[in-house]
Write a protein that binds this ligand. Sequence first.
Ligand code: NAP
Length: 285
Amino acid sequence: MPEITGKTPLFGLIGHPVRHSISPTLHNAWFRHHGIDGMYAALPTREPAGDILTALTTLGVSGVNVTVPLKRDMLPLVDALDEDATLTGAINTLVRDGRDWVGHNTDVAGFSAALAELGVDPHGARVAVLGAGGAALGVAAALLRAGAEGVVLYNRDEAKAHRLAARLGGAVCGGPLTTLGFSALTPDLVVNALPGAARERVRALPIDHLPQTTAWVDLNYWDPEPPHLQTLRARGHRVQTGHLMLLHQAALAFARFTGVSPAIEVGRALLPRQSAAMVTEPAGM
Ligand code: NAP
Protein backbone atom coordinates (compact mmCIF):
# COMPACT_ATOMS: atom_id res chain seq x y z
CA MET A 1 0.00 0.00 0.00
CA PRO A 2 1.58 3.33 -1.01
CA GLU A 3 1.91 5.77 1.87
CA ILE A 4 -0.58 8.64 1.83
CA THR A 5 1.30 11.75 0.77
CA GLY A 6 0.57 15.25 -0.44
CA LYS A 7 0.14 13.77 -3.92
CA THR A 8 -2.37 11.07 -3.02
CA PRO A 9 -5.51 11.42 -5.18
CA LEU A 10 -8.64 12.12 -3.15
CA PHE A 11 -11.97 10.43 -3.78
CA GLY A 12 -15.16 10.56 -1.74
CA LEU A 13 -18.90 10.33 -1.34
CA ILE A 14 -21.01 13.49 -1.56
CA GLY A 15 -24.62 13.93 -0.44
CA HIS A 16 -26.53 13.79 2.81
CA PRO A 17 -26.53 11.67 4.88
CA VAL A 18 -23.28 9.85 4.10
CA ARG A 19 -21.66 9.21 7.49
CA HIS A 20 -23.34 5.78 7.73
CA SER A 21 -21.98 4.68 4.35
CA ILE A 22 -19.67 1.70 3.94
CA SER A 23 -18.32 3.10 0.65
CA PRO A 24 -15.19 4.56 2.35
CA THR A 25 -14.47 1.16 3.91
CA LEU A 26 -14.84 -0.61 0.55
CA HIS A 27 -12.84 1.84 -1.57
CA ASN A 28 -9.99 2.24 0.93
CA ALA A 29 -9.73 -1.54 1.28
CA TRP A 30 -9.48 -1.82 -2.50
CA PHE A 31 -6.79 0.91 -2.65
CA ARG A 32 -4.78 -1.06 -0.07
CA HIS A 33 -5.40 -4.47 -1.67
CA HIS A 34 -4.39 -3.34 -5.15
CA GLY A 35 -1.52 -1.10 -4.00
CA ILE A 36 -3.07 1.96 -5.63
CA ASP A 37 -2.30 5.45 -4.35
CA GLY A 38 -5.65 6.92 -3.34
CA MET A 39 -7.88 7.68 -0.41
CA TYR A 40 -11.67 7.90 -0.08
CA ALA A 41 -13.65 9.92 2.47
CA ALA A 42 -17.27 10.63 3.35
CA LEU A 43 -17.96 14.26 2.37
CA PRO A 44 -21.37 15.20 3.80
CA THR A 45 -22.88 18.28 2.19
CA ARG A 46 -26.27 19.89 1.73
CA GLU A 47 -24.99 22.69 -0.50
CA PRO A 48 -26.41 23.24 -4.02
CA ALA A 49 -24.94 20.89 -6.65
CA GLY A 50 -23.20 23.74 -8.54
CA ASP A 51 -21.38 24.95 -5.43
CA ILE A 52 -20.28 21.41 -4.61
CA LEU A 53 -18.89 20.84 -8.10
CA THR A 54 -16.97 24.12 -7.91
CA ALA A 55 -15.52 23.09 -4.55
CA LEU A 56 -14.50 19.64 -5.85
CA THR A 57 -12.78 21.28 -8.83
CA THR A 58 -11.03 23.91 -6.71
CA LEU A 59 -9.78 21.34 -4.21
CA GLY A 60 -8.50 19.00 -6.92
CA VAL A 61 -10.68 16.04 -5.99
CA SER A 62 -10.20 13.20 -8.49
CA GLY A 63 -13.61 11.58 -8.29
CA VAL A 64 -16.67 11.12 -6.12
CA ASN A 65 -19.70 8.95 -5.68
CA VAL A 66 -22.94 10.89 -5.61
CA THR A 67 -25.91 10.03 -3.44
CA VAL A 68 -29.22 11.51 -2.25
CA PRO A 69 -30.21 14.28 -2.93
CA LEU A 70 -27.69 15.09 -5.67
CA LYS A 71 -28.00 12.30 -8.23
CA ARG A 72 -30.27 14.26 -10.56
CA ASP A 73 -29.06 17.76 -9.68
CA MET A 74 -25.51 17.00 -10.90
CA LEU A 75 -26.66 15.87 -14.32
CA PRO A 76 -26.93 19.23 -16.13
CA LEU A 77 -23.65 20.47 -14.61
CA VAL A 78 -21.17 17.90 -15.90
CA ASP A 79 -19.21 17.97 -19.18
CA ALA A 80 -20.01 14.45 -20.38
CA LEU A 81 -22.26 11.53 -19.43
CA ASP A 82 -22.02 7.78 -19.89
CA GLU A 83 -24.87 5.87 -21.51
CA ASP A 84 -26.58 4.80 -18.27
CA ALA A 85 -26.45 8.29 -16.75
CA THR A 86 -28.08 9.59 -19.92
CA LEU A 87 -30.70 6.83 -19.88
CA THR A 88 -31.70 7.26 -16.24
CA GLY A 89 -31.09 10.97 -15.80
CA ALA A 90 -29.09 10.22 -12.65
CA ILE A 91 -25.37 10.22 -11.78
CA ASN A 92 -23.85 8.15 -9.00
CA THR A 93 -20.19 8.56 -9.97
CA LEU A 94 -18.26 11.66 -11.06
CA VAL A 95 -14.77 11.30 -12.50
CA ARG A 96 -12.35 14.13 -13.25
CA ASP A 97 -10.90 13.80 -16.75
CA GLY A 98 -8.42 16.62 -17.31
CA ARG A 99 -10.49 19.78 -16.86
CA ASP A 100 -13.80 17.94 -17.36
CA TRP A 101 -16.17 16.14 -15.04
CA VAL A 102 -17.69 12.96 -16.49
CA GLY A 103 -20.89 11.60 -14.96
CA HIS A 104 -21.48 7.85 -14.76
CA ASN A 105 -24.28 5.69 -13.45
CA THR A 106 -22.97 2.38 -12.08
CA ASP A 107 -26.23 1.58 -10.24
CA VAL A 108 -27.68 0.05 -13.42
CA ALA A 109 -24.89 -2.48 -14.02
CA GLY A 110 -24.44 -2.91 -10.24
CA PHE A 111 -28.05 -4.03 -9.89
CA SER A 112 -27.66 -6.50 -12.78
CA ALA A 113 -24.57 -8.04 -11.19
CA ALA A 114 -26.33 -8.38 -7.83
CA LEU A 115 -29.36 -9.99 -9.47
CA ALA A 116 -27.12 -12.53 -11.18
CA GLU A 117 -25.83 -13.53 -7.73
CA LEU A 118 -29.41 -14.20 -6.68
CA GLY A 119 -29.80 -16.59 -9.60
CA VAL A 120 -32.61 -14.55 -11.14
CA ASP A 121 -32.62 -14.40 -14.94
CA PRO A 122 -34.38 -11.16 -15.88
CA HIS A 123 -34.91 -12.33 -19.48
CA GLY A 124 -38.66 -12.76 -19.94
CA ALA A 125 -39.34 -11.87 -16.29
CA ARG A 126 -42.34 -9.89 -15.03
CA VAL A 127 -41.13 -7.47 -12.38
CA ALA A 128 -42.81 -5.20 -9.83
CA VAL A 129 -40.59 -2.28 -8.82
CA LEU A 130 -41.78 -0.35 -5.76
CA GLY A 131 -41.00 3.35 -6.27
CA ALA A 132 -40.28 5.74 -9.10
CA GLY A 133 -37.19 7.54 -7.82
CA GLY A 134 -33.63 7.37 -9.08
CA ALA A 135 -33.03 3.85 -7.76
CA ALA A 136 -36.25 2.51 -9.31
CA LEU A 137 -35.31 3.99 -12.66
CA GLY A 138 -31.85 2.39 -12.57
CA VAL A 139 -33.35 -0.97 -11.69
CA ALA A 140 -35.95 -0.72 -14.47
CA ALA A 141 -33.26 0.24 -17.00
CA ALA A 142 -31.17 -2.78 -16.02
CA LEU A 143 -34.16 -5.12 -16.29
CA LEU A 144 -35.19 -3.75 -19.68
CA ARG A 145 -31.69 -4.18 -21.04
CA ALA A 146 -31.67 -7.78 -19.84
CA GLY A 147 -34.89 -8.52 -21.74
CA ALA A 148 -37.53 -8.41 -18.99
CA GLU A 149 -41.00 -9.07 -20.37
CA GLY A 150 -42.61 -6.36 -18.28
CA VAL A 151 -41.61 -3.92 -15.53
CA VAL A 152 -44.22 -1.99 -13.55
CA LEU A 153 -43.15 0.97 -11.41
CA TYR A 154 -45.57 1.19 -8.46
CA ASN A 155 -45.58 4.64 -6.95
CA ARG A 156 -47.54 6.81 -4.50
CA ASP A 157 -47.63 9.49 -7.17
CA GLU A 158 -48.89 7.31 -10.01
CA ALA A 159 -48.58 10.04 -12.64
CA LYS A 160 -44.86 10.28 -11.90
CA ALA A 161 -44.51 6.51 -12.37
CA HIS A 162 -46.17 6.83 -15.79
CA ARG A 163 -43.85 9.69 -16.75
CA LEU A 164 -40.71 7.78 -15.79
CA ALA A 165 -41.97 4.64 -17.48
CA ALA A 166 -42.53 6.60 -20.68
CA ARG A 167 -38.95 7.85 -20.46
CA LEU A 168 -37.64 4.28 -20.52
CA GLY A 169 -40.23 3.07 -23.00
CA GLY A 170 -40.40 -0.55 -24.04
CA ALA A 171 -42.00 -2.87 -21.55
CA VAL A 172 -42.08 -0.42 -18.63
CA CYS A 173 -45.32 1.03 -17.30
CA GLY A 174 -46.55 2.73 -14.13
CA GLY A 175 -49.09 1.78 -11.48
CA PRO A 176 -50.45 2.93 -8.10
CA LEU A 177 -48.77 1.85 -4.86
CA THR A 178 -51.87 0.31 -3.29
CA THR A 179 -52.41 -2.92 -1.36
CA LEU A 180 -55.35 -3.68 -3.64
CA GLY A 181 -53.28 -3.63 -6.81
CA PHE A 182 -50.50 -5.65 -5.23
CA SER A 183 -52.79 -8.47 -4.06
CA ALA A 184 -53.49 -9.38 -7.69
CA LEU A 185 -49.82 -9.60 -8.68
CA THR A 186 -47.73 -12.73 -9.12
CA PRO A 187 -44.46 -11.29 -10.46
CA ASP A 188 -41.23 -13.23 -10.91
CA LEU A 189 -39.38 -10.53 -9.00
CA VAL A 190 -40.24 -7.67 -6.61
CA VAL A 191 -37.69 -4.90 -6.04
CA ASN A 192 -38.26 -2.46 -3.19
CA ALA A 193 -36.67 0.77 -4.43
CA LEU A 194 -38.56 3.01 -1.99
CA PRO A 195 -36.69 4.95 0.70
CA GLY A 196 -37.02 4.42 4.45
CA ALA A 197 -39.87 6.92 4.73
CA ALA A 198 -42.05 4.45 2.82
CA ARG A 199 -41.15 1.42 4.96
CA GLU A 200 -44.61 1.02 6.51
CA ARG A 201 -46.25 1.28 3.07
CA VAL A 202 -44.13 -1.66 1.97
CA ARG A 203 -44.88 -3.58 5.16
CA ALA A 204 -48.61 -3.12 4.48
CA LEU A 205 -48.41 -4.85 1.08
CA PRO A 206 -49.90 -8.37 1.06
CA ILE A 207 -47.40 -11.16 0.31
CA ASP A 208 -49.31 -14.37 1.18
CA HIS A 209 -50.48 -14.83 -2.41
CA LEU A 210 -46.97 -14.69 -3.90
CA PRO A 211 -45.79 -17.98 -5.40
CA GLN A 212 -42.56 -19.38 -3.97
CA THR A 213 -40.88 -18.63 -7.30
CA THR A 214 -41.19 -14.88 -6.65
CA ALA A 215 -37.80 -13.45 -5.68
CA TRP A 216 -37.60 -10.26 -3.59
CA VAL A 217 -34.81 -7.66 -3.45
CA ASP A 218 -34.81 -4.75 -0.98
CA LEU A 219 -32.33 -2.03 -1.96
CA ASN A 220 -32.27 -0.45 1.52
CA TYR A 221 -28.99 -1.94 2.74
CA TRP A 222 -29.06 0.25 5.85
CA ASP A 223 -32.31 -1.37 7.10
CA PRO A 224 -31.54 -4.19 9.56
CA GLU A 225 -35.03 -5.67 9.07
CA PRO A 226 -36.30 -4.92 5.57
CA PRO A 227 -40.09 -5.45 5.34
CA HIS A 228 -41.11 -9.06 4.48
CA LEU A 229 -37.58 -10.33 3.83
CA GLN A 230 -37.28 -12.77 6.75
CA THR A 231 -40.82 -14.07 6.23
CA LEU A 232 -40.30 -14.66 2.52
CA ARG A 233 -36.96 -16.31 3.08
CA ALA A 234 -38.48 -18.65 5.68
CA ARG A 235 -41.15 -19.55 3.12
CA GLY A 236 -38.51 -20.56 0.58
CA HIS A 237 -38.35 -17.43 -1.59
CA ARG A 238 -35.03 -16.12 -2.85
CA VAL A 239 -34.32 -12.78 -1.16
CA GLN A 240 -31.51 -10.25 -1.23
CA THR A 241 -30.65 -7.08 0.66
CA GLY A 242 -29.25 -4.01 -1.10
CA HIS A 243 -25.71 -4.78 0.04
CA LEU A 244 -24.86 -6.71 -3.08
CA MET A 245 -25.99 -3.92 -5.39
CA LEU A 246 -24.00 -1.53 -3.21
CA LEU A 247 -20.93 -3.76 -3.50
CA HIS A 248 -21.17 -4.13 -7.28
CA GLN A 249 -21.92 -0.47 -8.02
CA ALA A 250 -18.96 0.47 -5.80
CA ALA A 251 -16.66 -1.95 -7.64
CA LEU A 252 -17.73 -0.47 -10.98
CA ALA A 253 -17.16 3.05 -9.64
CA PHE A 254 -13.69 2.05 -8.40
CA ALA A 255 -12.90 0.82 -11.91
CA ARG A 256 -13.99 4.22 -13.33
CA PHE A 257 -11.80 6.01 -10.74
CA THR A 258 -8.64 3.94 -11.19
CA GLY A 259 -8.91 1.78 -14.32
CA VAL A 260 -8.66 -1.32 -12.10
CA SER A 261 -11.56 -3.74 -11.55
CA PRO A 262 -11.26 -4.46 -7.83
CA ALA A 263 -11.41 -7.82 -6.07
CA ILE A 264 -15.11 -8.33 -5.31
CA GLU A 265 -14.35 -10.84 -2.53
CA VAL A 266 -12.24 -8.26 -0.66
CA GLY A 267 -15.30 -5.99 -0.61
CA ARG A 268 -17.75 -8.76 0.17
CA ALA A 269 -15.80 -9.68 3.31
CA LEU A 270 -16.39 -6.14 4.59
CA LEU A 271 -20.18 -6.15 4.30
CA PRO A 272 -21.93 -6.05 7.66
CA ARG A 273 -22.35 -9.50 9.15
CA GLN A 274 -26.13 -9.32 9.22
CA SER A 275 -26.24 -8.74 5.48
CA ALA A 276 -23.84 -11.54 4.75
CA ALA A 277 -26.19 -13.68 6.83
CA MET A 278 -29.17 -12.46 4.79
CA VAL A 279 -28.47 -15.13 2.26
CA THR A 280 -29.38 -14.91 -1.36
CA GLU A 281 -30.97 -18.34 -1.24
CA PRO A 282 -34.02 -19.62 0.64
CA ALA A 283 -33.60 -20.75 4.24
CA GLY A 284 -32.48 -24.34 4.55
CA MET A 285 -30.53 -24.49 1.29
P1 NAP B 1 -35.62 8.90 -4.09
O1 NAP B 1 -35.32 9.29 -5.52
O2 NAP B 1 -35.66 9.94 -3.05
O3 NAP B 1 -37.00 8.07 -4.06
C1 NAP B 1 -38.16 8.74 -4.23
C2 NAP B 1 -39.29 7.68 -4.31
O4 NAP B 1 -39.73 7.34 -3.00
C3 NAP B 1 -40.45 8.23 -5.04
O5 NAP B 1 -41.00 7.15 -5.76
C4 NAP B 1 -41.37 8.70 -3.90
O6 NAP B 1 -42.71 8.70 -4.24
C5 NAP B 1 -41.13 7.59 -2.90
N1 NAP B 1 -41.47 7.96 -1.51
C6 NAP B 1 -40.78 8.80 -0.69
N2 NAP B 1 -41.39 8.85 0.52
C7 NAP B 1 -42.47 8.04 0.44
C8 NAP B 1 -43.50 7.67 1.37
N3 NAP B 1 -43.52 8.14 2.62
N4 NAP B 1 -44.46 6.79 0.97
C9 NAP B 1 -44.45 6.28 -0.30
N5 NAP B 1 -43.50 6.60 -1.22
C10 NAP B 1 -42.52 7.47 -0.84
O7 NAP B 1 -34.62 7.81 -3.61
P2 NAP B 1 -33.78 6.80 -4.49
O8 NAP B 1 -32.50 7.43 -4.86
O9 NAP B 1 -34.64 6.24 -5.56
O10 NAP B 1 -33.45 5.69 -3.41
C11 NAP B 1 -34.45 4.85 -2.85
C12 NAP B 1 -33.80 3.92 -1.83
O11 NAP B 1 -32.93 3.01 -2.52
C13 NAP B 1 -32.94 4.66 -0.81
O12 NAP B 1 -33.29 4.22 0.49
C14 NAP B 1 -31.52 4.30 -1.15
O13 NAP B 1 -30.72 4.15 0.00
C15 NAP B 1 -31.69 2.94 -1.85
N6 NAP B 1 -30.62 2.72 -2.84
C16 NAP B 1 -29.82 1.66 -2.68
C17 NAP B 1 -28.81 1.41 -3.60
C18 NAP B 1 -27.93 0.21 -3.42
O14 NAP B 1 -26.83 0.20 -3.98
N7 NAP B 1 -28.33 -0.78 -2.67
C19 NAP B 1 -28.61 2.27 -4.68
C20 NAP B 1 -29.47 3.36 -4.84
C21 NAP B 1 -30.47 3.59 -3.89
P3 NAP B 1 -43.42 10.02 -4.86
O15 NAP B 1 -42.98 10.07 -6.29
O16 NAP B 1 -44.88 9.72 -4.69
O17 NAP B 1 -42.93 11.19 -4.06
